[in-house]
Each structure stands twice: as structure tokens, then as C-alpha cells.
Write a protein that binds this ligand. Structure first.
Ligand code: GAL
Length: 338
């Protein structure tokens, strides 16, 4: 073989190996660009995840560049391993449904699957000032429904859950399958409320935590409920806190820091706690958003397995890590350069 030919073959092999490596990734890198299977940074901000059979679906705010400014979009991604995500399209694309005004917002979409009605039910935070300008005065949830996980979701209506103001929302599905909406009600506090049987309404307040907490998330772990959220500082990160209780009705413990307060939750804000119960272990993942308010399409994700048990919840310093969804095990694999 002459030299030029062997050089060409060698370069081709390296190229193939590199292609292979980028196509199948198994490392989650907190705060870095997270490419989907098409190579585009994932756009699922303020998101939520459900598992249907062996597939996970991740829904969130679609904030890619070049969107039609009249619409708001909710993206949908699917994955079998929580690392490699395929963009399934925009599950919801909607014009201002309630005539809120030009600057209306649709944030923190969350999807629940109702096994009885076989419908996918999306909750979203709908807000904006009536007639333009800025501000979050509308303070309602919107509901949309689809027959398929990937949409298209059809908008049904908006309302104030149990008559209360509602801004940031979170979702929680208990081990017995019961579905709850977490919502921030500025004048009163933080609600954990059960959905109606068809999931189209919010039926029962389980409790009202009189704490200024948003970005709400809950996990049920070894007989204890852990509720987690951020303080009310808009897009700027703050020290997120958690409390525990034996039942959703409470009584809840005091709120405590989930990470060293000076790191301001390592620059992130909570959106969900995801429990991955496998054959050998259970990993609970803190899912947070690292917001970039001026370049929202570049906002990042801080996902990290937490230390949890006996009433303590702790978010360790973010580092690259891997997860095996079948065994439920995770492993930290390196240092985070960020
Ligand atoms: C945050 C909230 C975000 C978004 C932002 C706007 O507090 O968690 O979802 O509403 O404020 O400033």
C-alpha cells in the first residue's frame, strides 16, 4: 500500500470512529451544550419528563432562534436512556389563546398521561399583562390534550386552579400513579394539588406551604416526600431549598439549602426531580435550568444525581456522569470544566 492510500484509510477510520462517538453518547454534561440526535442543542426549558413503557418523553419551552413571534411552542423529545434525545417536533404551537396581548408567555409545560382516558394532558403556565407591556398578571394554567405523546396538542381552556393565582407549575406523579400539579400562588404560597380523574381539572389542595417557592418539584423516596423549589428571583439563580414530610398533606419540615448557598444552586433553577428506579438502585435526578435571559435558545440544563435519604437532599457539585436506566445506577465520570 502506498503512503497516500494508507493515509486516506487512516483518516477515514478516525472519521468513522469520531462519527460513532458523537452518534451514541452516554455522558450527561451539566451546563454544557446538550445536542439532540440531530446535533442541535436541546430546547426543552422549564421542562418535565414522563415515562411511557420504555420511552421517556421530555417536554419543555421551545426557544430556538427564528420562531414566529406570534406563536409559543412546546417541544417534545424522546429517549430510552435519558442521554440521547430525539427531537419529535413541536407538540404544541399556539397563538395567544386568551387574547392576553403581544407579550403573552407560555412557560413550564408539563404533560401527564391518563391511562383511563388514554389522553395526554398538558398543563402550562399562561401569563402576561393584558394589553402588552411586561408583567405576569394573568396568572393562570392552560390545558391542552392529545391522543399521542408527540402531539399535536389541542388547547382546551385556561383557569386559576381552585380559584388561586398560578405562576410556575411543576408536576408530580406518585408511586401509586396519582397525578399532582404544584403551583405557585404569590399571595398565599405554594400548593400541591391533586388532578381530577380525567386530569382536565385541579381537584383537591393537598396542602399549602406558606413559603415563597417556585420551580416546584417533588420526589417520593423511601417513604418520605421531598419538595424542592427556588426563591422568587426571576431568571437569576438563587439558593434552592427543600423540605420533607411523611405525607403530602404535611406537616412539612423547615426549608433547607440543597447546595452551598453561595453557589446559587450552581447557577440553576429547579424544574423537576426525576426518580429512576432500576433493578439494582434508584437514582434521583435534580433537573434544573441554567437560564440565559438574553439568549434563551442557549439556556442550559443542570442535571445531576442527588444524594438523598433519611430526610436529607443534597445536590453535589456538577460533574459529567452516566446513568443506566435499567439498573438505576449512576456514576460520576469526570471533572466539569465549567
Ligand atoms: C422565574 C420563573 C421562570 C420565568 C421567569 C421570568 O422566576 O421560574 O419560569 O417565569 O421567572 O422572569
Amino acid at each position: 500500500m502506498n503512503r497516500t492510500l494508507s493515509f486516506i484509510l487512516l483518516t477515514a477510520c478516525i472519521g468513522l470512529l469520531a462519527g460513532e462517538a458523537s452518534a451514541q453518547n452516554n455522558v450527561i454534561r451539566p451546563k454544557e451544550v446538550w445536542p439532540d440526535t440531530d446535533g442541535n442543542h436541546i430546547q426543552a426549558h422549564g421542562g418535565g419528563i414522563i415515562r411511557i413503557g420504555k420511552k421517556y418523553y421530555w417536554y419543555g419551552e421551545q426557544r430556538r432562534q427564528g420562531l414566529d413571534p406570534e406563536y409559543r411552542y412546546v417541544s417534545c423529545y424522546s429517549s430510552k436512556d435519558l442521554v440521547n434525545w430525539k427531537f419529535m417536533g413541536d407538540a404544541l404551537k399556539m397563538k395567544d389563546p386568551d387574547s392576553i396581548g403581544r407579550t403573552w408567555v407560555l412557560e413550564r409545560p408539563k404533560v401527564f398521561y391518563n391511562a383511563k382516558t388514554r389522553k395526554y394532558v398538558m398543563y402550562m403556565h399562561l401569563d402576561g399583562p393584558r394589553g402588552g407591556g411586561s408583567g405576569y398578571l394573568y396568572a393562570r394554567v392552560g390545558v391542552a390534550v392529545s391522543d399521542k405523546p408527540t402531539g399535536p396538542f389541542e388547547y382546551i381552556r385556561s383557569f386559576r386552579p381552585l380559584g388561586h393565582e398560578s405562576r410556575d407549575i411543576g408536576q408530580f406523579i406518585d408511586d401509586d400513579g396519582t397525578a399532582y400539579l404544584i403551583f405557585e400562588d404569590r399571595p398565599n404560597g405554594f400548593h400541591i394539588a391533586r388532578l381530577s380523574e380525567d386530569y382536565l381539572d385541579v381537584e383537591k389542595d393537598m396542602c399549602l406551604l406558606k413559603a415563597p417557592i417556585e420551580g416546584g418539584a417533588i420526589v417520593h423516596y423511601k417513604g418520605l416526600y421531598y419538595v424542592l423549589g427556588s426563591a422568587l428571583t426571576g431568571w437569576s439563580p438563587n439558593p434552592n431549598k427543600y423540605a420533607t414530610a411523611k405525607s403530602l398533606e404535611g406537616p412539612w419540615s423547615e426549608f433547607r439549602d440543597v447546595a452551598p448557598p453561595e453557589t446559587r444552586t450552581y447557577g440553576s433553577q429547579s424544574t423537576m426531580l426525576l426518580k429512576v428506579a432500576g433493578r439494582k438502585d434508584t437514582t434521583v435526578i435534580f433537573m434544573g435550568d441554567v437560564w440565559k435571559p438574553k439568549t434563551q435558545w442557549d439556556s442550559r440544563y443542570l442535571w445531576m444525581p442527588v444524594e438523598i435519604g433519611d430526610g436529607r437532599l443534597w445536590l453535589p457539585e456538577p460533574k459529567p456522569w452516566t446513568i443506566n436506566v435499567k439498573t438505576g445506577e449512576h456514576k460520576v465520570v469526570g471533572k466539569n470544566p465549567l
